[in-house]
Design a protein around this ligand. Structure first.
Ligand code: COA
Length: 160
């Protein structure tokens, strides 16, 4: 059984992340979407909130499991017997960071392969920071996140 993990900060999950997961379930038997508990970023949503939003987003996909992790991605992958790490590649600007991370992860755990998947071109410019920034100023982000995520952002930022 081919199991992979898809790690990220997901603060919050966007339609770009969801696009990647839909591609991954076509290729693998189980996809574990896993929230980093200790990112080096300033976070808007708690781990529990991010996990809840991911579970709601993938409730119709039987092959998807959502969890969270602390520490190294490769240790979590090993603990789960995953064969690979999924990452999204939106543009050439992502490449250097992803390449460096993939090679470091290979050095740490040679048996785990990084798989880079490209989302639809319409998500090329999308990331969670842009979504949070737009929401902060009560922008319309309905194109970029699922409705239940938009509702959470409306509450956080007190949309009228
Ligand atoms: N659609 C939309 N946005 C996307 C995307 C897609 N398909 N793919 C990535 N992004 C965005 C994310 O929203 C995020 O945006 P933000 O920076 O505005 O929040 C950004 O691209 C990249 O974030 P993410 O994919 O969540 O990765 P990350 O760099 O925040 O975290 C971890 C990656 C979780 C693997 C890493 O931070 C971590 O915690 N590692 C643990 C320690 C470790 O193992 N280190 C060794 C690795 S060398």
């Amino acid at each position: 059984m081919a199991k992979v993990i898809y790690p990220g900060t997901f603060d919050p999950v966007t339609n770009g992340h969801i696009d990647i997961v839909y591609r991954a379930v076509e290729l693998f038997d189980e996809v574990i979407v896993t929230v980093a508990r200790n990112p080096t970023k300033t976070i808007l949503f708690s781990v529990d909130e991010r996990v809840d939003m991911l579970r709601e987003s993938f409730k119709d996909l039987k092959k998807v499991v959502v969890d969270s992790f602390e520490g190294l991605v490769v240790d979590h992958a090993r603990n789960l017997n995953a064969i690979g790490i999924i990452r999204g590649l939106r543009a050439i600007s992502d490449f250097e960071y992803e390449f460096q991370m993939a090679l470091m992860n290979r050095k740490l755990a040679g048996e785990i392969t990084t798989i880079l998947l490209m989302p639809h071109a319409k998500y090329t410019y999308l990331n969670s920071t842009i979504v949070r920034n737009l929401a902060q100023f009560h922008g319309d982000i309905s194109e970029f996140v699922p409705p239940h995520v938009f509702e959470r952002l409306k509450k956080k930022f007190d949309y009228k």
